[in-house]
Design a binder for this molecule. Structure first.
Ligand code: XLS
Ligand code: NI
Ligand code: NI
Length: 480
């Protein structure tokens, strides 16, 4: 059976490669790539989004929804181009696989280029749409899961062949452009085999399968010139501790990540490996709960040198923190790798993955990013999706433009705030007592409790000094 299906598969793949078969089933533009699949041809340019031209910067007074009002790619902010501070990336899974379906309703989006299948031909067509979209938006990065870009086959070999095929097309489309993946990742949460987790599955066969899938996804990311590789532990967690060996699962996850780090070296992949924390959803408890938990885990298992973090704003709020908190927590320990730029909804308790539109939030995020000296080789990936009710093709552009402009405003505000220095001074003043001889000794670690007791007895009751929170807020909001 297996051999027969392999033969049928090989024939289908071969005919696809030769440009036959599904060409009749789909729109003409699909045939265009068949005829010209070897290069970054211009033939398809404009076909997917014929009514949308290249998005330009028009400045804050523009009312054109299809123009940037704050994001001006080449403009220098604190000596660096906006595009280099921000390093925006399009998330393939939301933009090209998001269908508007939710647990209560069927898909709402029917993009004109979709033929309703998950075929390899459809995957190729979507990849072309992805590149047209990226170019028109004027960004240079994209992110993907292995299974978003290429359909899962009936065996691992088939899945790998599908992925190779689409990756070659993506590589062709990248040629002659500066477009590269910000990161790639493996989808280890959709298929039923991963229902108990991947690296933390109690089933060794699933652990091995997941390893094989990550090995391949890392190869593909490397081949495409990806700058990072991400691990989001989709189902690395538990539903109940009553059936879970917590220690074994954490040990397994660490072993898995250490094998991934070894594979990265063997592959010669120079990019960063990143863990993406999220507290729950889909599992009740996910092991990479938040930045602090994830850094503690990495340190416990001696993996801190091999990994950094990819922080998502909506995951931050799900874990009871602000995005600013998560970025700062990672930044101060040199672990800030990249950002999944989205936001949640204050009245909704789940991962709504909305485009960031809150300028205050963006300004706080950018304070951390500027203090970090930027995010490179990380960036801002729009792990964000259109609302179920947004069904126009132009909504895809409007959503990204809105998100980019919000973060660009955040950058402008944060740069002005830091340059002007009032907030920095307020913070410095608050800690200025540590500039005293006693403060210096404490910070050096050269006084103990006995000397400190002597000092406290002598100095008496410390005066109450204002925290100046309202002033800090007044200063902050004067820049928004
Ligand atoms: C889901 C995650 C996911 C990762 C990539 O909540 O944010 O999209 O970013 O697997
Ligand atoms: Ni994410
Ligand atoms: Ni998310």
């Amino acid at each position: 059976m297996k051999t027969i299906s392999s033969i049928i598969y090989a024939v289908v793949l071969l005919s696809l490669l030769l440009g036959y078969s599904t060409c009749q089933k789909v729109a003409d533009i699909t045939c265009a790539w068949d005829a010209n699949s070897g290069g970054n041809n211009q033939e398809w340019e404009g076909e997917f989004f014929p009514n949308i031209s290249y998005i330009k910067y028009e400045g804050p007074s523009s009312h054109n929804p299809l123009a940037y009002k704050y994001y001006n790619a080449e403009e220098l902010i604190l000596g660096k181009k906006m595009k280099d501070w921000l390093r925006f990336s399009v998330a393939f899974w939301h933009t090209f696989r998001g269908d508007g379906g939710d647990p209560f309703g069927s898909p709402t989006k029917s993009w004109p280029w979709e033929d309703g299948t998950n075929s390899l031909a459809m995957a190729a067509k979507r990849m072309r749409a992805n590149f047209e979209f990226i170019k028109k938006l004027g960004v240079e990065r994209w992110c993907f899961h292995d299974r978003d870009i290429a359909p899962e086959g009936s065996t691992l070999e088939e899945s790998n062949a599908n992925l190779d095929y689409i990756a070659s097309l993506a590589k062709d489309l990248q040629e002659g452009t500066n477009i590269r993946p910000l990161w790639g990742t493996a989808q280890l949460f959709k298929h039923p085999r991963f229902m108990h987790g991947a690296a933390t599955s109690p089933d060794v066969r699933v652990y091995a399968y997941a390893a094989a899938q990550v090995k391949k996804a890392m190869e593909v990311t490397h081949k495409l010139g990806g700058e990072n590789y991400v691990f989001w532990g989709g189902r690395e967690g538990y539903q109940t501790l009553l059936n879970t060996d917590l220690k074994k699962e954490l040990d397994h996850m660490a072993t898995f990540l250490s094998s991934a780090a070894a594979w990265k070296k063997k592959l010669g992949f120079q990019g960063n490996l990143l863990l993406e924390p999220k507290p729950q959803e889909p599992t009740k408890h996910q092991y990479d709960w938040d930045a602090a938990t994830t850094m503690g885990f990495l340190r416990n298992y001696g993996l801190s040198e091999e990994y950094k973090l990819n922080l998502e704003c909506n995951h931050a709020t799900l874990s009871g923190h602000s995005c600013h908190h998560e970025l700062e927590t990672a930044r101060i320990y040199g672990m800030l790798g990249s950002v999944d730029a989205n936001t949640g909804d204050a009245q909704t308790g789940w991962d709504t993955d909305q485009f960031l539109t809150d300028v205050s939030e963006a300004t706080l995020v950018m304070l951390s990013v500027i203090k970090n000296g930027g995010l490179a080789p990380g960036g801002f990936n729009f792990d964000a999706k259109l609302r179920r009710e947004s069904v126009d093709v132009e909504d895809l552009f409007i959503a990204h433009i809105g998100g980019m402009d919000t973060i660009a405003r955040g950058l402008r505000n944060a740069a002005a705030l830091l340059q002007e220095g009032r907030l920095t001074k307020l913070i410095d003043d608050r800690y200025s007592s540590f500039n005293s001889p006693l403060g210096k000794l404490i910070e050096e670690g050269s006084v103990g409790f006995e000397e400190l007791e002597k000092h406290a007895l002598q100095a008496g009751e410390p005066p109450l000094v204002s925290g100046k929170q309202e002033l800090a807020e007044m200063i902050f909001y004067s820049y928004i």
